[in-house]
Design a protein around this ligand. Structure first.
Ligand code: NDP
Length: 444
C-alpha cells in the first residue's frame, strides 16, 4: 500500500465518524502524492502521520445564563493543529453544526492556508455548538465571557491567536477580547478582527471577500479576461459574501444572487449591496426582506436553487459542502467559467472532480480565502509594533499577497505536471514549507 493510502486509512480508523475531517484529509493527502513520492524521508519520519494529528485538542464546558435566568451548557473547542511555522492561528466558529470533526477539518485546511500566505503563522481552529441566532446582545456577551474564561488559559499573542468565522464577527470578538484582558490584565494582540478603537486593522473586515475577488481577477487577467461585465453568483450573505460582492461590483461585475440559510434572492438588475448591508449587518434580519424592499427582486425558499441560475463566475461564500455534484453539474451546464471558493471546503469531492473534468477554473478555499488570515497576520504585526497602517496600505499588501498565492499555486501545480489543477497546486505549495519546518525541528 502506498504511504499516502496507508495514512488515510489510519486517519479513518483512528478518527471514526469524523466525516468532514476525512474529506479534508482525503483531498489534501491525495493531491500530495507526487510530492511524497519524491521524499522518502517523509515516511521515515512519519511526517504525514504527524501532520494529520493535532498537536493539542482542547474540549471544554461553556455554561451560560440566558435572559430568563435559565442555564445552558455548550461545548467549546480549540484545536491547536500545527505550530511548525508560527503560533497557531485560525478562527472561532459559533454554529449548531460545530463538532470535533468540523473543527479538525477547518484546522487541517488552516495549516496549509496560513503557509500559503507566506507569513509566519501556524494552524488552529475553534468554536462552539452555540447558536448566536435570535440571542440578545447580553446573552451573546455572557456566552463569550464564559467561553473566554476557559480559552484564555490556552491562547496568547505568541501562542495561539484566534479570530472570527461563522457566527463570530466584530461584536463577539469585542466581548471575547474584553474578558481576556480582564482576566489576564494584558492588552495584547491575542485575537484578530478587533475593532479599530482597540487594536484592530483597517481592511480586516473586508479582507476575505476582497482577497477572493483579487485572486479571481488575477486568474481571469492572466487569461486576457476580467470580471468586467461578468454575471456572478455569491452564496451566503455574511462577512465574506458581502465584501466579495462589494469588490466584484467595483470591478464591473453584475452580482445577481445571494442567500442565507433559509433561501436565496435573485435580482436580475444586480444586487443592491446597501440594502443587503442594512438587512444583514445592521438589522441582523433574514435575506427574504430584500425581495420585500427591492422592486423586481425574487425570493425563493431553500438554498440549492441558486446554483441553477446561469452565471460566468460562482463564489460560494457560506459553508462547507454547499456545492455538491448536482449543483456543480448545473453550473457547468449553464456555462460557468470560474468557481472561487470563499467559504472553507464549499465543494464536495464529487463537485471538485466535475469542475476539473469540465475545465472550469477552480480556485480552492485555502488559497482563495486566505486574504482574511493574511490580514489577521498583518494585524498581529501592527499590534506588536504598536502602530497602525492606512486602509490603502493594508489593502495593497492584501492584493499583493493574493496575486502571489495565485502564482505560487499555479507554479507548484506546473512543477508536478498538474498545470491548472489549483487544488493540487495550493496543497503542494502550502505543504512544502510546513514539511520543511517540521523536518528541521526533529520528531516533535
Ligand atoms: P458569517 O457568519 O458572517 O456568514 C455566514 C453566511 O453563510 C450567512 O449568510 C449564513 O446564513 C450562511 N450559512 C451558514 N450556514 C449555512 C448553511 N448550512 N446553509 C446555507 N447558508 C449557510 O460567516 P463568514 O462570512 O465569516 O464565513 C463564511 C465562510 O467563509 C465559512 O466557511 C468560513 O469558514 C469562511 N471563511 C471566513 C473567513 C473570515 O474572515 N470571516 C476567512 C476565511 C474563510 P444565516 O445568516 O442564515 O446563518
Amino acid at each position: 500500500m502506498k504511504y499516502v493510502e496507508k495514512v488515510l486509512a489510519e486517519v479513518k480508523a483512528k478518527n471514526p465518524n469524523e466525516n468532514e475531517f476525512h474529506q479534508a484529509a482525503t483531498e489534501i493527502l491525495t493531491s500530495l502524492e507526487p510530492v511524497v513520492s519524491r521524499h522518502p524521508e517523509y515516511e521515515q519520519t512519519a511526517l504525514l502521520e504527524r501532520f494529520v494529528e493535532p498537536e493539542r485538542v482542547i474540549l471544554f464546558r461553556v455554561p451560560w445564563v440566558d435572559d430568563q435566568n435559565k442555564v445552558h451548557v455548550n461545548k467549546g473547542y480549540r484545536v491547536q493543529f500545527n505550530s511548525a511555522i508560527g503560533p497557531y492561528k485560525g478562527g472561532l466558529r459559533f454554529h449548531p453544526t460545530v463538532n470535533l470533526s468540523v473543527i479538525k477539518f477547518l484546522g487541517l485546511e488552516q495549516i496549509l492556508k496560513n503557509s500559503l500566505t507566506g507569513l509566519p503563522i501556524g494552524g488552529g481552529k475553534g468554536g462552539s455548538d452555540f447558536d448566536p441566532k435570535g440571542k440578545s446582545d447580553n446573552e451573546i456577551m455572557r456566552f463569550c465571557q464564559s467561553f473566554m474564561t476557559e480559552l484564555c488559559r490556552h491562547v496568547g499573542a505568541d501562542t495561539d491567536v484566534p479570530a472570527g468565522d461563522i457566527g463570530v464577527g466584530g461584536r463577539e470578538i469585542g466581548y471575547l477580547f474584553g474578558q481576556y484582558k480582564r482576566i489576564k490584565n494584558e492588552h495584547v494582540g491575542v485575537l484578530t478582527g478587533r475593532g479599530l478603537s482597540y487594536g484592530g486593522s483597517l481592511a480586516r473586515t473586508e479582507a476575505t471577500g476582497y482577497g477572493l475577488v483579487y485572486m479571481t481577477e488575477e486568474a481571469l487577467n492572466v487569461r486576457n479576461d476580467s470580471l468586467k461585465g461578468k454575471t456572478v453568483i455569491v452564496s451566503g450573505s455574511g462577512n465574506v459574501a458581502i465584501y466579495a460582492v462589494e469588490k466584484a461590483q467595483s470591478l464591473g461585475a453584475k452580482v445577481v444572487a445571494m442567500y442565507d440559510s433559509n433561501g436565496y434572492i435573485y435580482d436580475k438588475n444586480g444586487i443592491q449591496l446597501d440594502v443587503i448591508k442594512q438587512i444583514k449587518e445592521v438589522e441582523r434580519a433574514r435575506i427574504s426582506e430584500y425581495a420585500k424592499r427591492v422592486k423586481g427582486a425574487e425570493y425563493h425558499e431553500g438554498c440549492k436553487g441558486i446554483w441553477n441560475i446561469p452565471c460566468d463566475v460562482a463564489l460560494p461564500c457560506a459553508t462547507q459542502n454547499e456545492v455538491d455534484a448536482e449543483s456543480a453539474k448545473a453550473l457547468i451546464k449553464n456555462g460557468v467559467k470560474l468557481v472561487g471558493e470563499g467559504a472553507n471546503m464549499p465543494t464536495t469531492l464529487e463537485g471538485i472532480s466535475a469542475f476539473q473534468k469540465a475545465g472550469v477554473i477552480l480556485l480552492p478555499a485555502k488559497a482563495a480565502n486566505a486574504g482574511g488570515v493574511a490580514t489577521s497576520a498583518l494585524e498581529m504585526a501592527q499590534s506588536s509594533g504598536r502602530l497602525y497602517w492606512s486602509f490603502e496600505e493594508v489593502d495593497k499588501k492584501l492584493k499583493g499577497i493574493m496575486v502571489n498565492i495565485y502564482h505560487n499555486m499555479d507554479n507548484a501545480a506546473a512543477e508536478y505536471g498538474l498545470s491548472g489543477n489549483y487544488v493540487a497546486g495550493a496543497n503542494i505549495a502550502g505543504f512544502k514549507k510546513v514539511a520543511e519546518a517540521m523536518l528541521a525541528q526533529g520528531i516533535v
